[in-house]
Design a binder for this molecule. Sequence first.
Ligand code: ZN
Length: 157
Amino acid sequence: MNAMEANDLRDLYQDLILDHGKRPRNFRAVPTANHEALGHNPLCGDRLNLYVTVDNNGVIQDAAFQGSGCAISVASASMMTEMLKGKTAAQAAHLFDYLHNACTGKPADANGIDSDDIDRIQALSGVRDYPIRVKCATLAWHTLQAALKDEKKVSTE
Ligand code: ZN
């Protein structure tokens, strides 16, 4: 890849983050959700309520959120809700592993992850150059883990 292509790719990823940050998907409260949690990142002030509906087979049928925070945290939550539908908790945990490694510059195992999901995660992984932003990018995922374990609140500290 030459430098020009790398720049184009970065712009593309930035567009994805800006788009999700401005027009978050699945931005709604779900009173009937069977798992929910409140996530808080005190370093940046990001807060989100996550609502997850899991069926009897352990498959995530719906994921939605509300809250406020920086563009990275909102975009990450928005993209996460898109990624979760149809996945099991184990698949979601694998995605989080992959995202966490990508965001901290560690080797990430993409085996079994959809290419759409890899694109979204690659877009977020630009935060690896800004360690404080890693907490913004992973807040929604920490909140998901808390929700699935029926812990009501999680803080990144
Ligand atoms: Zn933030």
